[in-house]
Design a protein around this ligand. Structure first.
Ligand code: BES
Ligand code: ZN
Length: 468
């Protein structure tokens, strides 16, 4: 994949700029140290590494001058909190990032080992460099620059760094309910999104929700000889493939009964906004070395990605998958299936509908078990939000262009939780380049986005202070 050139950004005019420049080498070393901890939340063997990353972050927050820093238990991987309450009269901003990362594999496709980060071609290369440790380091650097030059922040901040975002934030809602004071404030900044194709500055205003499930189907107690049983008993792998195939029609609409009932259709204005984005299907495909787009009939690629729901197989297995051939009818077969959801779909309701549709499509006699592995609500924030405008101004001053407003396809469960449960305005202020290879081999962060991100966070906090 071709890398975009390092992005340009405008330095700050105050004394913070000199501090940020002077701290460059130390900051890069800390960035490397943080990325070197393999805090993969989905893999139980990495639980100790998740804790190590949490402790590392807590130590950084304390070193820089955050107060009430704590590694807080969730029942799963801990959440790191800390704060600076400068003056109760100032607005309080909750700042969110996640320190957990996706697994590193497949390792053979990496240019470096995923947890031995290196700087190459103006980018930090390593798992979590963009999603999302790099963005946490941006906030730490901004905090350090402000405290060491002004001795205080322009607003109150509460940091909340999660360790289970990449595994559907399963313990987060309960933790938030048990720790309301750590989550309260006037607005939330979530830094876990990025810029648009061409590395154009952007603010994400919409995210899709998600429901994730595992389907296990079983017919016999052991694999069977396909000569003796082929054609005369249910083949679970064939059956599962047919069940899954039945969930879409020829127009790529999802056939699950009730699936679209709560979908808010794209308005003419929404569609005009999607159409106005400087997006090219050809570049999109070239970026992943693929030949064709595919999706729901009647929608453009950006609409399909940010404005329409999906049902996708994430993994499918069963039977014989080794080298050579083995003639069997598998005893069982399995799939991981997720739906990306849009306003105002309810993930728990969709999970039940998909389960029912899979069971209805199964041949009589096949055992079908469906387990829900996680849910997150979709998110959409109004364009007129004053905090969003403050962030837009900070991006313009830093990167020289008005940001694009995006409805993105990914999910960040906490965004809707803050909005739905706590009625807080949420700004998704993220800095990753579009070619960051998040979740894939050779994840990287453009160091222009990273350095500019530090300046933009400082400008955004100053702009929020000026809202009062
Ligand atoms: N940073 C992403 C979310 C994202 C991706 C936002 C693309 C905008 C565009 C985040 O870390 C992530 O990957 N989230 C998961 C959440 C899921 C496991 C519940 C996702 O979207 O798959
Ligand atoms: Zn992610």
């Amino acid at each position: 994949m071709a890398y975009a050139p390092t992005l340009a950004w405008t330095p700050l005019s105050g004394p913070e700029e000199a501090q940020i420049v002077a701290a460059h080498a130390a900051r890069m070393q800390r960035y490397v140290d943080f990325l070197s901890i393999p805090s993969v939340s989905a893999v139980p063997e990495h639980a100790a590494d998740c804790r190590k990353a949490a402790e590392w972050l807590a130590a950084e927050l304390r070193r820089i001058g955050a107060k009430r820093v704590e590694v807080s238990e969730t029942g799963g991987h801990p959440i790191v909190v800390g704060e600076r309450i400068e003056d109760p009269k100032l607005p309080t901003i909750v700042i969110y990032g996640h320190y957990d990362v996706q697994p590193g594999d497949p390792l053979d496709l990496w240019k470096t080992s995923p947890f031995e980060p290196i700087v190459r071609d103006g980018r930090m290369l390593g798992r979590g460099s963009a999603d999302d440790k790099g963005q946490i380091v941006i906030h730490l650097a901004a905090l350090e620059a402000l405290l060491s030059t002004r001795g205080k922040l322009p607003v109150n901040v509460k940091y909340l760094f999660e360790g289970e975002e990449e595994s559907s934030s399963v313990n987060l809602e309960r933790w938030m309910a048990a720790n309301p004071e750590r989550c309260s404030g006037d607005a939330v900044i979530i830094s876990d999104t990025g810029f648009f194709e061409g590395n154009l500055p952007a603010l994400t205003v919409g995210l899709r929700g998600i429901t994730y499930m595992q389907v296990d189907v079983r017919n016999s107690d052991v694999d069977l000889h396909s000569g003796g049983y082929g054609g005369s008993v249910i083949n679970p792998a064939n059956a599962l493939a047919a069940m899954i195939a039945s969930l879409h029609d020829e127009n790529r609409h999802i056939t699950v009964p009730g699936f679209y009932d709560d979908v808010v259709e794209l308005s003419p204005d929404d569609r005009a906004a999607f159409a106005a984005l400087p997006f090219s299907d050809a570049n999109y495909l070239a970026g992943i070395d693929a030949k064709a787009t595919q999706g729901e009939a009647g929608y453009s690629t950006v609409e399909r990605r940010g404005g329409r729901p999906t049902l996708d197989v994430n993994g499918i297995w069963g039977g014989f998958t080794g080298d050579g051939s083995k003639t069997i009818i598998p005893a069982h077969a399995h799939a991981k299936i997720s739906c990306r959801l849009v306003m105002a779909q309810d993930p728990a309701k969709i999970a039940l509908q998909v389960e029912a549709a899979l069971k209805a499509a199964a041949p009589r006699g096949l055992d079908v078990e469906v387990r829900n592995l996680g849910n997150g609500y979709p998110f959409l924030t109004p364009l007129g939000d004053p905090y969003l405008k403050a962030a837009a101004g900070a991006l313009k001053e830093t990167f020289g262009a008005d940001p694009l407003y995006l409805r993105e396809g990914g999910s960040i469960p906490i965004a809707a939780l803050f909005q739905r449960e706590l009625s807080l305005p949420v700004v998704l202020l993220g800095f990753t380049p579009p070619d960051d290879n998040a979740h894939a081999p050779n994840e990287s962060m453009d160091l222009g986005n990273f350095e500019g991100g530090i300046r933009a966070v400082i400008r955004a906090l100053d702009a929020v202070a000026a809202l009062r």
